[in-house]
Design a protein around this ligand. Structure first.
Ligand code: ADP
Ligand code: MG
Length: 477
């Protein structure tokens, strides 16, 4: 969902942009961009992470091509630089291509007044969450929808599911920790919640704590600040099942790693179960101390692979059925073949169709799906690679791959090559110089010329237009 918001927002703003792009932007406009970036970040990161790390930021100024943001403490500065600065910059560049960098400056609250462009409300000194009663709510609540029953098993995740079930069903840890890893939206969080539910169901007296690594470190920092880490330690060490989600966010901060490691060891020694998730394997988690890394691999490391078409279709069938809306199989097949990135996007797409069907009371069709999901499908198309495009063009025209990179200039080779460059620009996020490199090290001006040429020719040359369309359809099928 967040991605979609970002795209439509970025493109609508891009539409209003002046030819040169953006600097010398009026202060009000910069403030507005900052508000948009904040909205996008909140949608992407969720309220907790946003509230903890990004909400306290304030816009100081846009100096030349550099955005300066104020942050209350050095610690927060380091954390944001390590984890969010690139994302802030990327989002900002989409709104305003004139921005080249984002700098964070420590500005203790009550320090110098905000620069004129930033009449931002005073940032809270310490990002606070509502107090949690007696440590009972140490972690986050488990989501009742995320159970083993609602998890669809297929080849890519069957090993991870088996491991998760084993952990959930055993009285003593069968392996410690269980380390689940895989790309975003493939079901790590779902499986952790499922373990939590099952364990609680089997024995309500067991203390189950689920939280993100970020939240873990946030709580630790709060404890440090109040110089009161003992209750913190005690709290975590009295848990029967500790699940820490998205461990990749804990890397790089020594004192928190240290604390995590101690908690981890204390629990393992006491025979308590630990489950950890991350977006990559322990050996690929950089910024993590070696002893922690090796300790993480002692238990069982289970990866969740990217979805297959079968699994995607299975998930869609299950979810469509649960929605109560009649979604024809061919629409589900269409979705399963077109939205391949992750289950979250797949779910989001189906939800929009179901919502539309409920609102309009119209039967669901492929045309309707295409119309509603235009933006998502376009995003999916962008994941086509240059190599796939070259292959498709070569096949279509009966050429060889070498023709894509060779210097031959005969029309029957040069024109298809231009078509491939045009499609590469159209269907991938690659820049002109990058595309040039992939076509035998050609200059970016050559690529630009090809793009313009094919754009122009399509208007005059019916045959060429049909060819381009046919290749494009084949690539997007
Ligand atoms: P991750 O934590 O790996 O990023 P999530 O567990 O949040 O991914 O999964 C994203 C969404 O997709 C969730 O709504 C989850 O319920 C759903 N999901 C993922 N895999 C499956 C599956 N195999 N069966 C059913 N739903 C799934
Ligand atoms: Mg997750």
């Amino acid at each position: 969902m967040a991605l979609r918001t970002g795209q439509s927002l970025a493109s609508s703003v891009a539409g209003q942009r002046t030819a040169e792009g953006r600097m010398g932007t009026a202060p009000g406009e910069v403030q507005q961009q900052w508000q948009q970036v904040r909205t996008l970040l909140r949608a992407e990161l969720g309220d907790t992470a946003f509230g903890t790390w990004l909400k306290p930021l304030e816009l100081v100024e846009l100096a030349g091509d550099r955005v300066v943001l104020g942050v209350p403490t050095q610690f927060m500065r380091d954390w944001i630089v390590a984890n969010y600065a690139d994302r802030i910059r990327a989002l900002w560049v989409r709104l305003n291509p004139g921005v080249r960098s984002v700098t964070l400056a420590v500005r203790p609250p009550g320090g110098e007044p905000a620069a004129p462009v930033a009449p931002a409300p005073a940032a809270p000194v310490v990002p606070l969450e509502p107090a949690e009663a007696g440590g009972e709510e140490l972690g986050a609540r488990l989501d009742p929808r995320l159970t083993f029953e609602s998890f669809v098993v297929g080849k890519p995740n069957e090993f991870a599911v088996a491991a998760a079930e084993k952990v959930a069903m055993s009285a003593t840890p069968p392996f410690n920790p269980l380390f689940l890893y895989g790309g975003v939206g493939l079901g790590k969080t779902h499986l952790m919640h499922a373990i939590g539910w099952r364990v609680r169901q089997r024995d309500p007296s067991r203390r189950v704590v689920y939280l993100t690594a970020e939240k873990f470190m946030y709580r630790f920092i709060l404890a440090l600040r109040s110089k009161d880490t003992i209750p913190f330690k005690e709290l975590f060490r009295s848990v029967d099942l500790l699940m820490v989600d998205d461990l990749q966010f804990i890397t790089g901060k020594d004192s928190t790693q240290e604390e995590f490691f101690h908690t981890f060891n204390a629990l393992v020694e006491r025979g308590r179960q630990i489950v950890i998730s991350a977006d990559r394997s322990p050996s690929d988690l950089d910024g993590l101390e070696e002893r922690i890394r090796s300790r993480l691999s002692w238990g069982l490391v289970a990866d969740i692979h990217p979805t297959t078409y079968e699994l995607r279709l299975g998930i869609l069938q299950t979810k469509a059925e649960a929605s109560g809306v009649d979604v024809p199989l061919r629409v589900l097949e269409f979705l399963a073949s077109r939205i391949t990135s992750n289950v979250r996007e797949l779910e989001g797409a189906l939800n929009r169709i179901v919502l539309q069907a409920n609102l309009t009371r119209q039967p669901v069709s492929i045309e309707m799906a295409q119309e509603i999901l235009k933006d998502v499908l376009r995003a999916a198309d962008r994941r086509i690679t240059i190599e796939e495009i070259q292959k498709a063009v070569v096949e279509y025209y009966g050429l060889r791959m070498a023709d894509m990179t060779s210097a031959r200039r005969q029309r029957q080779v040069a024109r298809p090559r231009q078509v491939a460059m045009y499609l590469a620009k159209l269907l991938t996020p690659r820049s002109l110089p990058e595309i040039g490199r992939r076509f035998g090290g050609r200059d970016h001006t050559t690529v630009m010329h090809a793009v313009r040429q094919i754009e122009r020719l399509q208007a005059e040359d019916r045959q060429l237009a049909d060819d381009v369309e046919a290749i494009r359809r084949r690539l997007q099928a």
